[in-house]
Design a protein around this ligand. Structure first.
Ligand code: CA
Length: 501
């Protein structure tokens, strides 16, 4: 066993890529996040992970900020700003140590980059602006007037260290508050236009929140380029998760990502958050990016969510229709839930507990796409009394041990669907058969391959205790319980994961 684990860690690229999003919204504001995750690096690698997405590391609106209320991109928990030196997760030094710990364990680190907006300005400025219709930002709904906007970011606590750049009204296109009138709304600053191409929802979805960064301004482009270089040189991450890309002019990241890769001199892995269930919008964004980045498969997440709420009537044979992983597998990062979809959050669309093991089998035990496991699913969410997802740790392990070889799909029934993987030479004992249903228990004859003829397969979830014997033609009659998933593997792998558990 120990030997096998070491092999996995030393040669991560020969094994399936598997990501974990290592945070959820309600993790404690105790400044110990970086230390906690660093302590887990080695065991996460042994469990089968080789990529981690860490939360935004820069100073937000206060110590409890999850990281998306960005105040100062150059403050990674080093300066006394917003009432705290540390961030929610700790200090800059601890962040660096955590990144190193992951990399040492063979896990690539993705840093979360939040460039759409800034929040928590140091002061207001008077600026001419027009109010626009929040439901259609192209529609001006009032006279131009002078408003008092929170657009002055001077970072007195940092006092020019790393960068002397300060932000003012020229660097933003919109804001959500006129402090003089005490009114909230969406205000377009005078002389500004929304980014030419963003998501078309609400007319033009450039504006999301806070002070909207004007990514058409050459000074902004130059500053964010310089900041990117500084950030990479300091942290040496292996890639990025880009926040809110549908709210940022599509041209911006096209250039920023290229420049970062050139600066780093390596192929940084980049995945963008384009939050839309509409596959066409995702593929359009990928086209504009010339497929240089990946996107999260949001349509697939919504299919899981719908299926989990359909009480057995979801057409399971269509689960993968119109998803990123079926149309652009090489650019798809698949996921079941994340920090935004968990209960209590703005985009809450949490996949129901009974369906979660089915959904995770769909992303972890199929060859297409890079799956991202959510912290809240792997460890549970104590704030909402949500337990860890059943069999999830086993499925992560099975992904690295078993999920190789040729795929044979049996997505041929509205309730009972399955697939097999033939395994390969490199991974001893690899190959598997997955069968799931959102309705009644059942069985299906599926082919795993002639090389398994006469062998017994066991259900790694241990719900089915009798093995399935593979017949002379390489087929087995695999079974699953109702509203459930069974993962059938050869006995040697079944025994191995039982010993590990
Ligand atoms: Ca924007």
């Amino acid at each position: 066993m120990t030997e096998n684990k070491t092999t996995t860690m030393n040669k991560p690229m020969t094994n399936n890529q598997t990501m974990i999003q290592y945070f959820e919204w309600n993790s404690p504001d105790d400044g110990l996040g970086w230390k906690r995750c660093a302590a887990q690096a080695k065991s996460l690698a042994e469990s089968g992970f080789n990529m981690v997405w860490l939360p935004p590391a820069f100073k937000g609106t206060g110590s409890g900020d999850v990281g998306y209320g960005v105040y100062d991109l150059y403050d990674l928990g080093e300066f006394d700003q917003k009432g705290t030196v540390r961030t929610k997760y700790g200090t800059a030094e601890e962040y660096k140590e955590a990144v190193k710990a992951f990399q040492k364990a063979g896990i690539a680190v993705l840093a979360d980059v939040v460039l759409n907006h800034k929040i928590g300005a140091d002061g207001t400025e008077e600026v001419a602006a027009v109010p626009v219709n929040p439901g259609n930002r192209d529609e001006i709904v009032g006279e131009e007037r002078t408003i008092k906007a929170w657009t002055s970011f001077t970072f007195p606590g940092r006092a020019g260290k790393y960068s002397r750049f300060t932000w003012n009204k020229n660097h933003f296109s919109g804001t959500d508050r006129d402090e003089a009138a005490g009114e909230n709304g969406v205000y377009l600053l005078a002389g500004k236009k929304w980014n030419a191409e963003t998501d078309p929802e609400n007319g033009n979805f450039d504006y999301l929140m806070g002070a909207d960064v004007d990514t058409d301004n050459p000074e902004v482009i130059e500053e964010l380029r310089k900041w990117g270089h500084w950030y990479y040189d300091k942290i040496r991450m292996d890639g990025f998760r880009l926040d809110a890309v549908k709210h940022i002019g599509f041209a911006f990241y096209h250039d920023w990502v290229r420049d970062m890769r050139e600066h780093a001199g390596k192929e940084l892995f980049v995945v963008g958050e384009y939050w839309s269930p509409d596959l066409g919008r995702l593929t359009h964004y990928l086209d504009v990016q010339e497929n240089a980045i990946s996107l999260f498969d949001v349509p697939l997440h919504f299919h899981f969510c719908e299926a989990s709420g359909a009480g057995g009537s979801y057409p399971m044979s269509h689960l993968f229709d119109n998803t990123l992983v079926s149309s652009r597998a090489e650019n798809a990062v698949t996921f079941v839930d994340n920090h935004d979809t968990e209960p209590g959050q703005a985009l809450s669309s949490f996949v129901q507990e009974w369906f979660k093991p089915l959904a995770y089998a769909c992303i972890l035990l199929r060859p297409a796409g890079i799956p991202c496991v959510f912290y809240g699913d792997y460890y549970g969410i104590p704030a909402f009394n949500i337990p860890p997802v059943l069999y999830l740790d086993k499925m992560v392990r099975l992904r690295s041990l078993s999920a190789y070889g040729e795929l044979r799909d049996y997505l041929d029934d509205d309730n009972l669907i399955g697939w097999t993987l033939s395994g390969d030479e490199e991974h001893k004992g690899s190959g598997l058969a997955v069968l799931m249903t959102d309705a009644e228990a059942g069985s299906k004859r599926m082919e795993v391959g002639l090389k398994f003829a006469g062998q017994e397969f066991y259900d790694a979830t241990e719900k089915n205790t009798e093995p399935v014997t593979i017949d002379a033609e390489g087929f087995g009659e695999f079974r699953t319980e109702g509203g459930s998933v069974a993962v059938w593997v050869p006995k040697e792998v079944y025994d191995q994961i039982r010993i590990e558990a």
